[in-house]
Design a protein around this ligand. Structure first.
Ligand SMILES: Cc1cc2nc3c(=O)[nH]c(=O)nc-3n(C[C@H](O)[C@H](O)[C@H](O)COP(=O)(O)OP(=O)(O)OC[C@H]3O[C@@H](n4cnc5c(N)ncnc54)[C@H](O)[C@@H]3O)c2cc1C
Length: 304
């Protein structure tokens, strides 16, 4: 095992990188272990982060790493953490390449991952003309003809939200229908067409959606899609270490990113349902401040 670091950060997306920056500036020794599979890698541009609107996700990470490299106590490992043992004060992380790292505190910034998309053709357009978040990509799809793939309560919610960007949209529930009669009536009152048949495939040209073909033979021409993805946490390690999890599969944390397990923190998509780069970076920063306070408090007590 290499030296005992102050903090091991597992995951080097906006949450983990933001934490690394704060901890580097606080003169803490940090190892960031990142396997470089961020959730937004499919997208061409990331929006809504002040001063970085429209940036490529890979460029965002590259700039972050460059800026963090000024702080010599932060080290990066392009690797996957596969096992964690130990407890507060001395955690041990093993990676896929066979390295081991020891750290006093642990931050899980492992993000969320999309489960395989089960509609034919959706993977080809994901991040190009099919999106999940109107705040991220709604502007680019403004006034376009869109298909919203969503069911039940969420379909009505999505319909209300997307109306802020375009008035030309259709709901596809991809069957079986889970909407109540009242929800259906509300959508009809707002002239939102609803199709209940299962989707057979999505047809596209060069990443641009052209039409959605349903199993009942209907064809809906459109220029873009918003859909609700199925997600899972980026790594099983938080659960394996005993971290309490929400029903949605995120790590339960307090406002400073602290989990129920002493010495273990979590931040970003892995510990919230905000799913925004700026929110993930903010959580990473707050967790780093909290970890640093805990380390300084412990050092103070040891000296006293
Ligand atoms: C298509 C799409 C478009 C989006 N567009 C926008 C946008 O325009 N604006 C916006 O604000 N948000 C956008 N988002 C949301 C944004 O991507 C996330 O909110 C943000 O990336 C979360 O940051 P994070 O650091 O929590 O996780 P991530 O960015 O997902 O990073 C987690 C990192 O942890 C690594 N990791 C996981 N497990 C391990 C392990 N065991 N060992 C080592 N490394 C590990 C992963 O490989 C990854 O690199 C978009 C998302 C998608 C899917």
């Amino acid at each position: 095992m290499k030296q005992l670091m102050d903090v091991a950060i597992i995951g080097g997306g906006p949450a983990g990188l933001s934490a690394a920056l704060v901890l580097g500036r606080a003169r803490k020794s940090v190892i960031v272990i990142d396997e470089e599979r961020p959730r937004n890698r499919v997208t061409q541009e990331s929006h809504g982060f002040l001063t970085r609107d429209g940036i490529k996700p890979s460029e965002f990470r590259q700039i972050a790493r460059e800026q963090i490299s000024v702080y010599p106590s932060v080290h990066f490992e392009n690797d996957s953490a596969v096992a964690v043992t130990g407890a507060d004060g001395e955690f041990m992380i093993t990676t896929a390449k066979g390295s081991t790292f020891g750290a006093k505190k642990l931050l899980f910034a492992v993000g969320m991952k999309d489960l395989p998309l089960d509609i034919e053709g959706l993977t080809d357009v994901y991040g190009k003309s099919a999106f999940v978040c109107p705040y991220c990509d709604g502007w680019e799809m403004r006034d376009r003809k869109l298909v919203i793939i969503s069911k039940g309560d969420h379909a009505l919610h999505f319909a209300k939200i997307i109306a802020g960007w375009t008035s030309q949209y259709t709901i596809c529930t991809d069957g079986p229908d889970e909407m109540t009669a009242e929800q259906r009536e509300e959508l009809q009152q707002h002239d939102v067409p609803i199709f209940d048949s299962k989707i057979q495939r999505i047809e596209a040209a060069n990443g641009s959606v052209q039409q959605v073909v349903l199993e009942d033979g209907s064809i809906i021409s459109c220029e873009g899609i918003f859909f609700v993805p199925k997600l899972a946490i980026g790594s099983d390690l938080p659960q394996a270490m005993g971290c309490a999890m929400t029903e949605a599969g995120a790590v339960v944390v307090d406002e400073f990113g602290k989990t129920n397990v002493p010495g273990i923190y979590s931040a970003g998509d892995a510990a919230s349902q905000k799913y925004q780069v700026v929110a993930a970076a903010s959580m990473g920063s707050m967790a780093a401040v909290s970890i640093n306070s805990e380390l300084l408090g412990e050092a103070w007590s040891e000296r006293g």
